[in-house]
Design a protein around this ligand. Structure first.
Ligand SMILES: Cc1cc2nc3c(=O)[nH]c(=O)nc-3n(C[C@H](O)[C@H](O)[C@H](O)COP(=O)(O)OP(=O)(O)OC[C@H]3O[C@@H](n4cnc5c(N)ncnc54)[C@H](O)[C@@H]3O)c2cc1C
Length: 610
């Protein structure tokens, strides 16, 4: 069998991006995809011309190279859509992002008062630790608001108590929202007038859903000489002496097929990947991989014989009475998602473990269940439901529990022993990445195959990535050129005020400024005095002699020059020290303000990050 230059496992955003980048540089790939269609979790399913996503995929990225790639692949097939979303709780709808008046009106005066007390109490006695999601939210909203608006939904999504959701998750998903924009807006003014609001109120979306992007990418990749084979699930990774030699899987007829290659890139979930290694890794690695957990996702799509059901793109369902976690209205994402404008397709989202009994229910049972839940919360009349389907997506969410970091580290150390094998993407790195960062890992992996030295594991949602940030091939004798530093803005902003000051403006060192100003002033007085003494005359330096009013014992003489040097130096030191301290203090105050503004923005979109 022919050996391929590159074999890519998985035709999701990460795998296809790798093949696309390689193809543009004349390197062909063979992509093996277990599913019947490309796009992975970002695919668009077509059911009788009703299109829907796995969830809803907004296209937003702070990574310029990803935005460029999206437009390169899809041209002007993007729609700019208004965002409307609400929370359903206690038989009421609340605008989301939360609006104070709407939220308080919905809660009623008594509950609003209790929420206020709870908030005040938390502000007076905040939890000193913010190690998990629960503590983070309570410190910002108070216990009561947390219980109403965040606890149930988050626990529906993750299936574990909020107190068990690792701080990393909060750090990656919550702390990273828009702080840079808040800082830059505050410093420079709103640069295009809409930066922050556009994030919240509008988003980009391909005309026919996210799958359109990945189907087009597949075509482009094919045009560049690569091939995608669908319906082949890789089950074995054959390796020897630190190199992967081939991968094998089964086609639908059950026949086993083997693919040899020079380089291999995998987007398979790490747990499966380690299980597929042949020979098996040391027991420690196998155990670590087994310890990784994934949350599974199921969507029940209902076709409703009504033109308008609700105006939102999606509704968060916080009510514990129903199992549904969120509901999408796909025609509000793009009108092209339905074949007939008189119909509406709703996606009822259920977050499950694949061992939950609902996971194994028949489609009919799930459609019936979903219809009843929708009717229970008053969103549809069951008689209007004409049709429906179900899509299950295993391992939609890599779980960040308290053990995951150690487990990933062990697996990673093992994988790094291979010279021609890279894992990338959301499940390939066990990282809660969106499409954009999954794509960045694909770009980096392709670069590595072409001789660059990129660290795909270092890609995370807190950083911004630029083409020039990629590791260039190291050539002996190359001149060192300064490259752009990847500023971790959000981390800087979530740290101490000191860090914020350092980020926004360089902090002044009071002692250094004091010494500098003191030295200059002392020397100027010293030199000026000496010059006038040397010049001589009947009255020496009457102007400079006035300094004697401020400097004890100063006069325009030889000894006076030394007095001027010392006292001028001390005075200058004091001026420099106090000026620097005042400036730093001013910046600290400003940093407090910036932090407060950033927090306000972060809080507005918290649920989107769950
Ligand atoms: C509910 C939900 C909503 C989301 N919303 C957004 C959003 O609004 N915006 C956004 O940018 N991102 C969003 N995401 C994230 C986005 O879907 C992922 O970041 C992205 O799809 C990850 O790409 P990937 O290629 O790394 O992995 P995947 O999309 O998981 O693709 C991996 C591919 O590998 C294949 N594969 C796996 N194992 C094998 C095997 N053994 N052999 C062969 N093939 C295999 C799979 O079938 C799959 O096609 C959302 C995710 C979810 C779950």
């Amino acid at each position: 069998m022919a050996s391929h230059p590159v074999v890519v496992i998985g035709a999701g955003p990460a795998g296809l991006t790798t093949a696309y980048e390689l193809g543009k540089n004349g390197v062909s790939s063979l992509i093996l995809e277990a599913g019947k269609q490309v796009g992975g979790i970002s695919q668009t399913v077509n059911y009788r011309d009703f299109r829907f996503d796995i969830g809803g995929h907004r296209f937003f990225s702070k990574v310029p190279m990803v935005n460029d790639l999206w437009h390169e692949i899809l041209g002007d097939n993007f729609l700019l859509r208004p965002r409307i979303s609400r929370i359903y709780y206690n038989n009421k709808f609340f605008d989301y992002p939360l609006k104070a008046t709407n939220a308080l009106a919905g809660l009623g005066p008594v509950e609003a008062l209790l929420v206020g007390f709870s908030y005040a109490k938390t502000k007076m006695f905040p939890s000193p630790n913010e190690d998990n999601f629960e503590q983070w939210v309570i410190n910002r909203f108070g216990t009561r608001l947390y219980r109403i608006f965040f606890k149930t939904y988050t626990e529906k999504v993750w299936g574990i108590p909020c107190s068990e959701i690792s701080a990393d998750w909060a750090a990656q998903r919550i702390k990273n929202l828009s702080l840079k924009e808040a800082v830059l807006n505050a410093l420079l003014g709103a640069r295009d007038g809409k930066i922050v609001t556009s994030l919240i109120e509008e988003f980009h979306y391909p005309r026919f859903g996210p799958g359109m992007m990945w189907e087009r990418c597949e075509e482009l990749v094919e045009g560049l000489g690569s091939q995608t084979l669908k319906g082949i699930k890789v089950e074995r990774i054959h390796h020897r002496h630190g190199r992967v030699e081939s991968v094998s899987g089964r086609i639908s007829s059950g026949e086993r097929v083997n693919f040899e290659g020079s380089h291999f890139v995998s987007t398979m979930p790490l747990r499966e990947l380690i299980g597929a290694m042949d020979p098996q890794p040391p027991e420690k690695v196998v155990q670590a991989a087994q310890g990784l957990r994934y949350r599974d996702y199921l969507t029940v799509v209902l076709v409703v014989n009504r033109e308008d059901v609700f105006p939102d793109n999606w509704i968060y369902i916080h009510s514990p009475e129903v199992k549904m976690g969120r509901m999408q209205n796909y025609k509000n994402w793009s009108p092209y998602m339905v074949p007939d404008p008189s119909r509406t397709s709703l996606g009822l989202e259920y977050f499950l473990w694949d061992k939950d009994e609902e996971w194994t229910w028949s489609n009919d049972r799930l459609i019936d269940f979903g219809t009843r839940e929708c009717a229970q919360i008053g969103l549809i009349n069951p008689e209007d439901v004409e049709d429906g389907t179900v899509v299950r997506m295993e391992k939609a969410y890599p779980v960040y529990d308290h053990q995951y970091q150690d487990n990933v580290q062990t697996v990673r150390q093992f994988l790094e022993t291979f010279s021609n094998f890279q894992t990338i993407g959301r499940n390939g790195l066990h990282r809660y990445n969106n499409q954009d960062h999954s794509m960045v890992t694909g770009v980096y992996a392709a670069g590595n195959i072409m001789g660059e030295t990129n660290d795909v594991w270092a890609v995370n949602t807190e950083k911004e990535y630029h083409e020039e940030g990629r590791g260039a091939p190291s050539k002996a004798g190359d001149r060192m050129v300064p490259t752009r530093v990847q500023v971790n803005v959000e981390n800087a902003l979530s740290g101490d005020e000191e860090e914020i000051i350092e980020f926004v403006f360089a902090r002044l060192d009071p002692v250094a400024l004091g010494v500098a100003v003191g030295t200059v002033i002392g020397l100027v007085i010293f030199m000026a005095t000496l010059v006038l003494v040397l010049k001589g005359g009947s009255v020496v330096g009457p102007g400079l002699a006035l300094l004697g009013n401020y400097l004890i014992g100063f006069e325009v003489t030889w000894s006076g020059s030394l007095v001027g040097l010392v006292e001028g130096g001390l005075g200058g030191f004091a001026i420099g020290y106090v000026s620097a301290s005042l400036r730093n203090w001013g910046m600290t105050t400003y940093a407090h303000y910036m932090r407060w503004r950033g927090e306000v923005i972060r809080r507005r979109n918290l649920l989107d990050k769950v």
